[in-house]
Design a protein. Structure first.
Length: 377
């Protein structure tokens, strides 16, 4: 089987990493990795290939940053050329970025079956480019890999053929379980930035609907100044750009706010693991917080990761200053509750990637990946 894997953004390299490692172990699938170049700074891309010992992408389209339509269309025309030359048996796209949609759309138009990893999640928030990308890709796909019953049900409600869905756990859980011990041994990030275990909060922020809107971004940054603990803030390049554009750097001058460049995966796992609380608007980090048993506050009005909320280990606080501050204080005053509870992971046992690779091959070999399998000639 000839499989093309298409990605382009930081979380995609992480969620793909255990799949790529498992693909290396099977001689029955030849895989090629096409990187769109959506993320290009070495700390947003190259570092993950090095740290996770992944083969460098076979092709990099170097699309880089621009407006949504322009970025996506550049990706589509580049991907189409390659797919026409290479004619793979299937294309695998992870997640919900513009690279995901571009990969799915290009392949489906060429009648190449699309496999969507992390499909079926819904925020029902149509301000989010991710909601659009994920919905559209789901409806272009021939194999839809879901991480939970919630995602599977969403797909069934939208009329997706049941036999096209494959439910396992989450490959980000696989990745973090595979790398947690390595991170503990290798990373010296806590010493490098002079923070002690469980004596800081960890913050990430990058969603368009938070950081591109001045009032929301200001409200979040104001809240940081009302929190007494140290806050480690590896700042996403989008956020850095917007803080400079809005000229609001002064919110980050408080010495308790330790602003650093984005870090590699191993350093980030170590930062997550030893944080007292994680504050984030990231999708992936909500699941990683649960996996590492750290309480989380999500700086969004909704989440696709409902199980984290239902378990009581994640709370939505939006971008509202008072909700963020009271959310932090509530967790700190109830910290023993989190230390003593059972953290049963709803996103799998860390072995999902193995099952996914086996299932792709089995569906391919039995003709069940073919896009014309339901057409009577
Ligand atoms: C993208 C995804 C988002 C995902 C996030 C993960 C879309 C629509 N968005 O958002 O779903 O959660 O990645 O991090 O696909 N930039 C750099 N260097 C880089 C990459 C980006 O400086 O290597 C800066 C540029 O100023 C760029 C901005 O970040 O304009 C945004 O990058 P872009 O890839 O468009 O979106 P993200 O916010 O990274
Ligand atoms: N991450 C990282 N370094 C950082 C911040 C995040 O390695 O400085 C990793 C993190 O462990 C997770 C992924 O990046 O696996 C999350 O990506 P991001 O928040 O950019 O995207 P999202 O998950 O929201 O799409």
């Amino acid at each position: 089987m000839k499989l093309f894997v298409i990605s382009g953004a930081r979380p995609q390299f992480i969620k793909l990493s255990p799949i790529l490692q498992n693909l290396n172990l099977t001689s029955e699938i030849d895989y090629y990795h096409l990187h769109t170049g959506q993320h290009y700074d070495s700390y947003m891309s190259e570092v993950f290939f090095e740290e996770l010992d992944l083969k460098a992408p076979d092709i990099n389209l170097q699309v880089k940053s621009t407006k949504h339509g322009e970025q996506t269309s550049k990706m589509i025309s580049g991907i189409e050329e390659i797919l026409l030359q290479e004619r793979p048996d299937a294309v695998l796209v992870p997640g919900d970025t513009n690279s995901t949609l571009a990969g799915g759309l290009s392949a489906s138009k060429l009648q190449i079956p699309v496999i969507h990893l992390e499909s079926g999640l819904r925020s029902y928030d149509y301000r989010m480019p991710e909601e659009i990308n994920r919905r559209l890709t789901d409806h272009l796909s021939r194999m839809l890999i879901t991480t939970s019953q919630t995602a599977t049900k969403n797909l069934l409600n939208e009329g997706i053929e049941e036999s096209w869905i494959f439910q396992t756990g989450d490959t980000m859980v696989d990745a973090i379980l595979r790398n947690s011990e390595r991170a503990e041994t290798i990373s010296s990030i806590l010493e490098d930035i002079s923070v002690k275990k469980k004596e800081y909060l960890l913050l990430t922020l990058h969603r368009q609907e938070n950081v591109d809107i001045k009032e929301r971004l200001e409200s979040i940054l104001t809240s940081l100044n009302q929190i007494e603990q140290n806050i480690v803030f590896p700042m996403h390049p989008r956020t850095k750009k917007m803080v400079e554009k809005f000229d609001i750097q002064s919110y980050l001058t408080n010495e308790k706010i330790i602003t650093i460049d984005p870090v590699g995966y191993l350093d980030f796992i170590k930062l997550e693991k030893h944080a007292k609380i994680i504050l984030t608007d990231s999708g992936g980090i909500q699941k990683e917080a649960l996996t590492l048993e750290v309480p989380c506050l999500t700086l969004r009005d909704n989440t696709e990761w409902l199980e984290t909320i239902e378990m009581g280990v994640n709370k939505l606080v939006g971008a509202k200053e008072n909700l963020i501050v009271s959310g932090v204080n509530d967790i700190l005053s109830n910290i023993s509750k989190y230390e003593n509870m059972s953290w049963k992971n709803p996103y799998g046992d860390g072995l999902s990637s193995e099952k996914i690779v086996k299932e792709i091959l089995s569906r391919y070999n039995s003709g069940n990946l073919s896009i014309s399998s339901n057409i009577m000639l």
